[in-house]
Ligand binder design. Structure first.
Ligand code: GLU
Length: 472
């Protein structure tokens, strides 16, 4: 029996779940799900000053919104500090770690010296082999790893390939600070081991940590999990991802009106490919995702592509699903509250009727919301500039004549409205568009909308006539 695959997502709760973190979580989730394994969630909250509950909530909320479900309980790293110290005791007992009584001032001098001599190994190892009895009075020791002085540390990375560090360049890491607090580097190793993590998939900004962590694994006599360090996401111009480029929290993408399923699909293609396939169902992603197809150069974030993927999902969704997605998004998107406050069963059914036409045109839920406005806006309508230009004196005359026709007609539906409009256009010797376009402007305040006869039916006789009268 092969061991079950266990991955983990290990965010530091010092900010929101940003787009790179979301992609890391997604990759870990897909890798585990595709292999009958588990993805665990570990909150790396050892930095007490920078970790906040608000950030933890945002990370969990963001993962849930994206539909990335972890297995089991959330693990909090800080709560495991005793276990981290226990691992250090083991290393001390086995001579794999030692107490270092160097004072801050001594350390500063060592750093200065190393810098002058151009060495990356900062600590000079002065307490490696010294006896505790020589310790200066009143100095609390830090515990350092007794790292190998010669040879190499190698990481066979699933994405980066074989990466080698010369041990002479690597420091004797601090494992426990003099105040007894475990360092981050130690905590990650002990936690990954105890959580039976088999695959560490994370950003390549952690590649150097991988070497240091490998040394800790070796000192503890533990097997090193497989590692995959994925290139970070860059901006469209190849530079480091900035806010302007899309380095936003996942909550910002929700506020921009993207569907979680579309963002997920966009993210999976950010650095990973499967032939030239662009659109993946969840099942397909899970089936195809693997580490060798992750590229070694940074993926570029492209808002236009995200928008086009989102538009694809909006068109492909059923009207019912789209309405549900819109309703869910209302508390999060600009202007959403206004619709939320008016959402009666009657309006819901109008939205559903108009949805096939509306979802065709919208690329985001914000655009979709905007396109529904004519259905629930209160009179007098705000008429946009382009629409105003259609309401010429001649057009107004035609609309006035149309009111008479509509008032004379007994029925009110798309078919009867169409007949009335066509008859009037013919009688007046104008093309259908010369009447339909100003009519659209009067009814919706816009130059685009679903079919105008459908709009008349949706709005109903009274509201339609009132809007036309407002325009005339
Ligand atoms: N907590 C680290 C971060 O948020 C990730 C550590 C890891 O994945 O090993 O960047």
């Amino acid at each position: 029996m092969t061991e079950p695959i266990i991955t983990r997502f290990a965010p530091s709760p010092t900010g929101f779940l940003h787009i790179g973190g979301a992609r890391t979580a997604l990759f870990n989730w897909l890798y585990a799900r595709g292999r009958g394994g588990k993805m665990l969630l570990r909150i790396e909250d050892t930095d007490r000053e920078r970790s906040t509950q608000q950030a933890i909530d945002a990370i969990i909320d963001g993962l849930k919104w994206l539909g990335i479900a972890w297995d089991g309980d959330v693990i909090h790293q800080f709560a495991r500090a005793d276990r981290h110290r226990e691992a250090v005791e083991q290393m001390l007992a086995q001579g794999k770690a030692y107490r270092c009584f160097a004072t801050p001032q001594e350390l500063e001098e060592m750093r200065e010296k190393a810098r002058r001599e151009g060495r990356t190994r900062l600590y000079d190892g002065r307490w490696r082999d010294r006896d505790r009895s020589e310790a200066p009075a009143g100095v609390k020791p830090a515990i350092r790893l007794k790292a190998p002085l010669t040879g190499e540390t190698v990481v066979d990375d699933k994405v980066q390939g074989r990466v080698t560090w010369q041990n002479e360049n690597l420091d004797d890491l601090v494992l426990l600070r003099s105040d007894g607090n475990p360092t981050y580097m130690l905590a990650v190793v002990v936690d990954d081991h105890d959580m039976n993590v088999t695959h560490i998939i994370r950003g390549d900004d952690h590649l150097n940590n991988a070497a240091r962590q490998t040394q800790i694994y070796n000192a503890l006599g533990w097997a090193v999990p497989a590692m995959a360090h994925i290139p970070l996401i860059h901006g469209p111009d190849g530079s480091k991802l900035s806010k302007r480029h899309g380095a936003l929290g996942v909550d910002a993408y929700r506020a921009l009106g993207y569907l979680p399923v579309a963002l997920r699909n966009y993210l999976v293609r950010l650095g990973w490919s499967h032939g030239d396939q662009e659109v993946f169902s969840t099942q397909e992603m899970i089936a195809h995702f693997d580490l060798p197809q992750i590229g070694r150069s940074p993926a570029r974030f492209d808002f236009a592509k995200l928008e086009s993927v989102n538009g694809h999902y909006m068109r492909a969704s059923s009207s019912e699903d789209m309405l549900a997605a819109l309703e869910q998004a209302l508390p999060h998107i600009a202007g959403g509250e206004a619709l939320k406050a008016r959402l009666t069963p009657a309006l819901r059914s109008k939205l559903l009727t108009a949805m096939p036409a509306l979802k065709e045109r919208a690329k985001t839920l914000i655009e979709l919301l905007d396109s529904t406005r004519f259905l629930w806006a209160e009179r007098p309508l705000i008429i946009e500039e382009k629409a105003k230009a259609l309401l010429t004196p001649e057009a107004r005359k035609l609309l006035a004549a149309l009111i008479v026709k509509f008032e004379a007609s007994a029925d009110w539906n798309a078919g009867s409205a169409e007949t009335a409009v066509r008859v009037l256009a013919e009688e007046s010797g104008v093309k259908l568009g010369a009447l339909a376009q100003p009519l659209r402007a009067a009814l919706t305040g816009r130059v685009t909308s679903p079919g105008i006869f459908e709009v008349l039916e949706l709005l109903g006789r009274e509201e339609s006539l009132s809007r036309i009268k407002d325009a005339v």
